[in-house]
Design a protein around this ligand. Structure first.
Ligand SMILES: Cc1cc2nc3c(=O)[nH]c(=O)nc-3n(C[C@H](O)[C@H](O)[C@H](O)COP(=O)(O)O)c2cc1C
Length: 262
């Protein structure tokens, strides 16, 4: 089995989050434990609006993420600037297109970490992370928080983006603050730590053969029409059945138990 494939996926209007995404990539690569690939979310705003916002030219060398590419990867570090304390519509639009992946449990048990940018220190880095968590929870993604692995995260006499929720940059109200070496180092640490956890989760575990078989009793519960995303409509109930998901969940529980035993 090769190394797990980890995607760093970002949205950035002015470039701050892109710089942090590149630092996350360096952290992943430095670990030597994963293969890392960089993607960006598609832009959804019209050109004239972007012009009024003085958006930076889009870096067309970075490919756009698709749901197919997402489904094939083993883990994700996702970064975006805040919009009124929550994720931007560009990121929401992409996740709103992942209903078919949800119905197949395609992301179930895969790790995801987050990173951010805000204009001001109290502009919402933490609320942006917190309010994004339902996307992870509904997909069964495992949120990998950052904790406080860098002394820079305790500084009170300097502006430092990033928090236990993930790496971050404070851009300034006019966007003139470039990511500092401290913010970049925190992001590199996040990439390194994430690679460690993702590689452990993806490692083949001989003990899994002893995992309990998938639950087969009980009638599979199908989502009601109002709950079912449009993309899921063509998916058979079997593909979305909790019995199938139950087996994978049991395997993950066993894997976690083994991780914490060692
Ligand atoms: C519509 C809009 C809403 C924003 N809301 C906030 C906010 O709530 N708090 C904040 O600190 N910055 C806010 N910002 C500033 C952006 O977060 C900032 O431009 C961004 O972090 C820069 O990252 P980027 O260079 O990667 O685009 C907002 C910007 C826009 C355009």
């Amino acid at each position: 089995m090769g190394k797990p494939k980890i995607l760093v996926i970002y949205y950035s209007t002015y470039g701050h989050v892109q710089t942090i995404a590149q630092a996350e990539m360096r952290g992943l690569q430095k670990s030597g434990k994963v293969d890392a690939e960089l993607y960006q979310f598609a832009e959804t705003l019209p050109g004239d609006v972007l012009e009024q916002m003085h958006a930076a030219p889009r870096d067309t060398s970075v490919p756009e993420i698709t749901t197919e590419i997402l489904a094939e990867a083993d883990g994700f570090l996702v970064g975006f600037p805040t919009r009124f304390g929550v994720a931007p519509a560009q990121v929401k639009a992409f996740f709103d297109a992942t209903g078919a992946l949800w119905s197949k449990g395609a992301l179930l048990g895969k790790p995801m970490g987050l990173f951010f940018s805000t204009a001001s220190q109290h502009g919402g880095q933490e609320s942006t992370a917190f309010s994004f968590l339902p996307h992870l929870v509904h997909h069964g993604l495992i949120y990998v928080s950052l904790g406080t692995p860098s002394p820079y995260m305790f500084e009170t006499d300097a502006i430092v983006g990033g928090s236990p929720w993930g790496g971050g940059v404070i851009a300034g109200s006019d966007g003139s603050l470039l990511p500092t070496h401290k913010e970049i180092e925190i992001a590199e640490i996040q990439g390194d730590l994430f690679a460690d956890i993702a590689s452990k989760l993806a490692a083949p575990d001989p003990d899994l053969s002893k995992a309990a078989p998938a639950a087969t009793s009980g009638k599979p519960v199908e989502a009601t029409t109002s709950e079912k995303p449009a993309e899921a409509a063509s998916v058979t109930p079997k593909a979305a059945s909790p019995a199938k998901a139950g087996g994978r969940v049991q395997q993950l529980v066993d894997k976690f138990k083994n991780l914490f035993k060692s």
